[in-house]
Design a protein around this ligand. Structure first.
Ligand SMILES: Nc1ncnc2c1ncn2[C@@H]1O[C@H](COP(=O)(O)OP(=O)(O)OP(=O)(O)O)[C@@H](O)[C@H]1O
Ligand SMILES: [Mg+2]
Length: 275
């Protein structure tokens, strides 16, 4: 991608060159002391130069915008690829060796009944780690997103969240979500995931609400809780949501709501394809 500086320099250079050529060859003259009759000519000339410049710069920046969004999509894809690789390694390698450890502990318990109590404790610890690893792997790789689409993936996320946190969540999502890009789905899913994690970790809420709404091409995700709110010093979580949002040209806000809890609102203006 050519740098912004050179692009603007080129556009301005072209406009100035064109202006100079017109001055050189057009049948207009400007006296050393400008006479009043020449002022309209100067003003019109200047207006043409400024308008041409504005049009070209805008076209140039629009292309830059498109390139930025495209590279954002690439970044989301790369990040997701990396997460899937880590998820696979966690699941296949660490999960595998923990399973082997579990099996050998069982054999020890069988062969040395006098150690049963100790091996039982060790087995429990290994089983807990195995469950942790599986859970981390599952969180890293939203396989359901690819398999079942955003609606079901969110439903599953919310169900698991309610089960583990004990916080009630009211869901509201349109029955038929329109076609969304892969990156858009990922961003919505990841933002919902982090927002819910924050509800569980920080809000002391008893209930929460998640809603997805679509209006024209715009999609809005809202995760609201009835907890005690906060002043939201930006940690890795909120910063990550912000970065992900900016990759698809979206806006995110984390604010106190009327009930004293927290609203996380993600607005993606250009979410729906071809609407
Ligand atoms: N739903 C919420 N209710 C109350 N406070 C919240 C809520 N969400 C975020 N916060 C506040 O905002 C802070 C920043 O959140 P952020 O997700 O960026 O970081 P974190 O959750 O502390 O750590 P991590 O980087 O692991 O996500 C939190 O530490 C908390 O103080
Ligand atoms: Mg967090």
């Amino acid at each position: 991608m050519r740098s912004l500086f050179w692009r603007l320099f080129l556009i301005n250079g072209l406009v100035f060159t064109a202006g100079t050529l017109v001055l050189a060859f057009a049948p207009v003259t400007v006296s050393a002391t400008v006479n009043p009759a020449e002022i309209p000519v100067l003003v019109i000339g200047l207006a043409i130069i400024l308008a041409t410049n504005a049009l070209l710069v805008r076209a140039g920046l629009r292309r830059l915008d498109a390139e930025y969004l495209a590279s954002g999509a690439l970044a989301v894809a790369a990040q997701e690829g990396e997460r899937q690789r880590i998820a696979r390694e966690l699941h296949d390698e660490i999960g595998q060796s923990l399973t082997v450890a579990l099996l050998s502990l069982r054999r020890v318990a069988d062969q040395a009944p006098e150690l049963r109590e100790e091996t039982e404790i060790a087995q429990q610890a290994v089983r807990a780690s195995l469950e942790d690893v599986r859970q981390v792997a599952r969180r890293l790789r939203p396989g359901v997103l690819a398999d079942l689409g955003l609606r079901s993936a969110l439903r599953e996320l919310v169900d698991e969240f309610s089960r583990t946190s004990g916080i009630d969540v009211v869901r509201s999502m349109p029955k038929d979500l329109p076609a969304l890009g892969r990156e858009v789905e990922l961003v919505v899913y990841r933002v919902a995931q982090e927002a819910l994690t924050n509800v569980a970790r920080h809000s002391r809420a008893t209930s929460a609400r998640i809603s997805v709404s679509v209006e024209g091409r715009r999609l809005t995700l809202l995760v609201a809780d009835n907890g005690h709110g906060g002043d939201y010093p930006e940690g890795v979580g909120i910063r990550g949501m912000r970065e992900r949002a900016s990759l698809v040209g979206a806006d995110i806000s984390v604010t106190a709501n009327a009930g004293g809890g927290t609203d996380v609102r993600l607005v993606i203006p250009d979410a729906v394809r071809g609407a």
